[in-house]
Design a protein around this ligand. Structure first.
Ligand code: ADE
Length: 238
C-alpha cells in the first residue's frame, strides 16, 4: 500500500511512522509512505499556502490551488487514479474500525492534513473523496489525525502483526464489533496486594476463555455503555 501525506509539517511524519507496526510494514514492503510538502506547490516564491477568508473573520484558510495541484501530482503518479483522497477534519465522519478495514483494502491512500481555520471548500468539491474526523475535539491540524488513521489501517494489512490471532480479540474487532477487549495481567502474580485472578493461572483454557468473555462484557458495560445500545439497535434492524 502507498500512503501519501500532504502537509505543511513534513517533519512530523518520519519518526512517528518508523516506530512499531507502521515501521514494520515499511521495512517488510507492505507499505510505503510518501510525505508531500504542500509548500512545494505554492504559486509564489515565498511558499504561501494560506490566505484570509472571504467575508472576514479570524483565522487563515489553506488555499485551493496548492492543495489541488499537490493531490493531482500524487494521483498522476498513481496508475489507477482511484485512491481515496481523505481530508482530515473535525467536520468529517468519525473514524471507526470498519473504516480502517475499508481503507486497508485499497492500493493507495492520500491524506490531506488540514491546518489553520480550515481548507477552501473547493478542495472538497474538486478532489476530496471523503472527510474523516478522529473524534469530537479540535486538533491544531490533521497531521496527528492522519497518523492515527494510518496506524489503525496498517495493522489491518495481512502479515503486519506477528500473531494475527491477537487482532481478532481486540476491542472493536470483527469478533468484538460492539465490545471492548478483556482485562489482561502479566507477571508478577501479586502486586501491592492485588493478585492475578485465579482463573487466569488455572491452566484451564475453557474457563479462561469464559472469564475473558465475561470480563469484556463487564468492561463494555462499565466504560462504553453506548456500544451496548448500538449493538441492540443493529440487532433490531437486522
Ligand atoms: N483536524 C482538527 N481536528 C481534527 C479532528 N478531530 N479529526 C481530524 N482532523 C482534525
Amino acid at each position: 500500500m502507498d500512503v501519501y501525506f500532504i502537509t505543511i509539517f513534513p517533519d512530523m511524519f518520519r519518526e512517528a511512522l518508523s516506530a512499531g507496526m507502521t515501521g514494520i510494514a515499511e521495512r517488510t514492503g507492505a507499505a510505503a509512505y510518501h510525505v508531500v510538502n504542500l509548500r512545494d506547490f505554492a504559486e509564489d516564491r515565498y511558499g504561501s499556502v494560506d490566505d484570509y477568508p472571504y467575508g472576514g473573520g479570524p483565522g487563515m484558510i489553506l488555499m485551493a490551488p496548492p492543495l489541488v495541484r499537490a493531490v493531482e501530482s500524487v494521483r498522476s503518479a498513481e496508475e489507477g487514479d482511484d485512491a481515496p483522497v481523505i481530508l482530515l477534519s473535525p467536520c468529517g465522519a468519525v473514524f471507526t474500525q470498519a473504516k480502517a478495514h475499508e481503507f486497508a483494502s485499497k492500493r493507495s491512500l492520500v491524506f490531506i492534513c488540514g491546518r489553520y481555520k480550515g481548507v477552501d471548500e473547493r478542495v472538497r468539491d474538486l478532489v476530496v473523496t471523503e472527510s474523516v474526523s478522529i473524534g469530537d475535539y479540535i486538533l491544531s491540524g490533521g497531521e496527528l489525525a492522519a497518523l492515527v488513521v494510518t496506524d489503525a489501517v496498517i495493522r489491518c494489512l495481512p502479515n503486519v502483526i506477528g500473531d494475527e490471532r491477537s487482532r481478532d480479540t481486540d476491542s472493536f474487532s470483527t469478533e468484538r464489533e460492539f465490545c471492548l477487549d478483556a482485562a489482561y495481567y502479566t507477571r508478577p502474580p501479586e502486586f501491592r496486594g492485588l493478585p492475578v485472578p485465579e482463573t487466569l493461572v488455572s491452566g484451564n483454557h475453557a474457563r479462561i476463555a469464559q472469564w475473558r468473555e465475561e470480563s469484556a462484557r463487564r468492561r463494555t458495560e462499565l466504560y462504553r455503555p453506548d456500544l451496548i445500545a448500538k449493538a441492540r439497535l443493529k440487532g433490531s434492524n437486522e
